[in-house]
Design a protein around this ligand. Structure first.
Ligand code: SF4
Length: 494
């Protein structure tokens, strides 16, 4: 059986890092982990091929080769999905689809033959069994159960053109103990945090290592510290031993809740393993809006001090911010700008509030007759899918103002400097910078230091870093490149 796995293209967004990747000669930020995991669950004697359309063209010869085409996608990949589906139909290929887009909206795709939805550890074996027994295949395989991740195989990383990716990714757990009202994670994956066992993670690290991967590894969990007890007592000690024994081949990043700031031991353990940066959903500095969206873990705390504490203890913080809550007043825009600038969160992703399906917010908006359309899945495209309380024009103008303020050249470079002051990286495991990063530095000299409007700020920051924070030189370069990407994505020229 020949299985062609297709990962559709996603547009140029904050998260694509497309304009930054050219500096390190990479094509795509991270690989399609879901499809790699599906691949590992298929019978070993089947032939499999992966096309990541973010780097490869979908060739007719590959479609003709396939007995089945497996498609996995998120909402943001919708446009590319339509193209893939059309081409499969033109060649009368059988399609099997899964992933967040189809789990929520499979009814919009009647032309797709089969849907393997929710957690593939449960639904895929049902599809495979029917196929193997030559039974009539169902249109939809779905479940309300949550999978036991200790049965999940090591993803088929060997299918990747690894060198073209900036980072590999791995999944440790699914589910989140919190209940933020705009987030669909708990409906889709549950409140109970289900973890792979420690040996599985070590096997995944070993698989990446054996395939000669070195460098960044992103943990894709929605909240890496959701099961803090197991993380601290089992996983991090085992990862530490493995990293030490292999001379620290990887640098990790993850997403966590802000209350990591309250746990000095956990921060130290993560940093010692090689976690260099974390993404935190800060959302808003307005206490009433945090209460409104049920972000309990962010409430009644000094968010600024929490961020600074993490940075001071050796981990970079990037953050997600939202405007458009019912409790937001017109001063929210300046308050968010001030917080972002003071915190030294260089990679600050600010979005307008949206209500995805399967969230409490979606239900509330429906009840209040404020729902207008489905969420686009792109929280930086200036779209909202419900009517906000604040005047829509004022909200969009204020949002636009935040974007211009935080990504424009001067404030952006000022924020990098603030981060370099806050950050303390003294006792992290030290690594020689990769060649691609050294090359990236020389590219920044030409592209940003000579031909870009921000050349003056570029040189000022480089000399300042060399004088004041020389050990953080590569961090400064990395953030300069991020800034270039953000300005390109948002069309900001100054
Ligand atoms: S903490 Fe993050 S993953 Fe968990 S419910 Fe809130 S937004 Fe979702």
């Amino acid at each position: 059986m020949n299985i062609l796995m297709i990962y559709p293209e996603y547009p140029d967004t904050y998260w694509s890092f497309s304009h930054a990747l050219r500096f390190i000669s990479k094509k795509v930020a991270v690989p399609p982990l879901g499809l790699l995991t599906i691949s590992a669950m298929l019978p070993k004697n089947w032939n499999k091929k992966l096309i990541d359309m973010n780097m490869d063209k979908l060739k007719t010869v590959d479609l003709l080769w396939a007995d089945y085409v497996f498609i996995s996608a998120m909402h943001i990949q919708k446009e590319s999905v339509d193209i893939v589906v059309k081409r499969c139909l033109a060649h009368q290929k059988k399609m099997v689809a899964g992933g967040p887009l189809f789990t929520q909206d499979y009814q919009n795709y009647p032309m797709i033959d089969h849907f393997v939805l929710n957690e593939a550890e449960i639904t895929l074996p049902l599809f495979l069994k029917a196929l193997e027994n030559h039974e009539k295949l169902d249109k939809v395989y779905e479940t309300k159960e949550f999978a036991d991740l200790t049965q999940t195989p090591v993803p088929d990383y060997h299918l990747l053109s690894m060198k073209k990716y900036a980072s590999m990714n791995l999944q440790v757990s699914r589910g989140c103990p919190y209940s933020c009202d705009f987030c669909e994670i708990t409906t889709l994956l549950g409140h109970k945090v289900r973890m792979k066992d420690t040996q599985q993670i070590i096997n995944e690290l070993q698989a990446l290592y054996d395939l000669n991967w070195r460098g960044a590894v992103s943990v894709v969990d929605d909240n890496f510290i959701g099961n803090r007890k197991q993380i601290k007592s089992e996983l991090l000690p085992a990862m530490h031993n493995w990293m030490q024994a292999h001379k620290y081949p990887f640098v990790f990043n993850a997403q966590t809740s802000i209350n990591i700031a309250d746990d000095d031991i956990l921060i130290k353990m993560m940093r010692d393993v090689g976690f260099k940066s974390i993404f935190i959903g800060i959302e808003t500095v307005v206490e009433e809006s945090l209460a409104e969206c049920d972000k309990v873990q962010n409430r009644d705390r000094d968010l600024l001090q929490s961020v600074k504490k993490i940075q001071h203890n050796g981990m970079q913080v990037s953050g997600g911010f939202i405007v458009g809550f019912d409790n937001d007043q017109t001063n929210v825009f300046q308050r968010q700008i001030d917080f972002i600038q003071q915190s030294g969160i260089v990679a600050a992703m600010v979005g307008l509030l949206n209500a995805p399906k399967n969230t409490k917010l979606y239900e509330r908006m429906k009840e209040e007759n404020r729902l207008m359309l489905e969420s686009s899945g792109n929280n930086t495209d200036f779209s909202m899918n419900f009517t906000p309380k604040m005047n829509k024009g004022d909200l969009l103008e204020g949002y636009n103002n935040i974007i211009k303020n935080i990504y424009s050249i001067k404030p952006f470079y000022k924020r990098i400097r603030q981060f370099l002051i806050n950050f303390n990286a003294t006792d992290m495991p030290s690594k020689r910078p990769e060649f691609s990063y050294i090359l990236a530095f020389f590219k920044t000299i030409i592209i940003i230091g000579i031909y870009h409007r921000g050349w003056r700020e570029y040189w000022k920051l480089l000399f300042w870093t060399l004088r004041k924070r020389p050990k953080l030189f590569m961090e400064a370069i990395t953030f300069i490149v991020y800034g270039y990407h953000f300005r390109m994505v948002y069309g900001i020229s100054r």
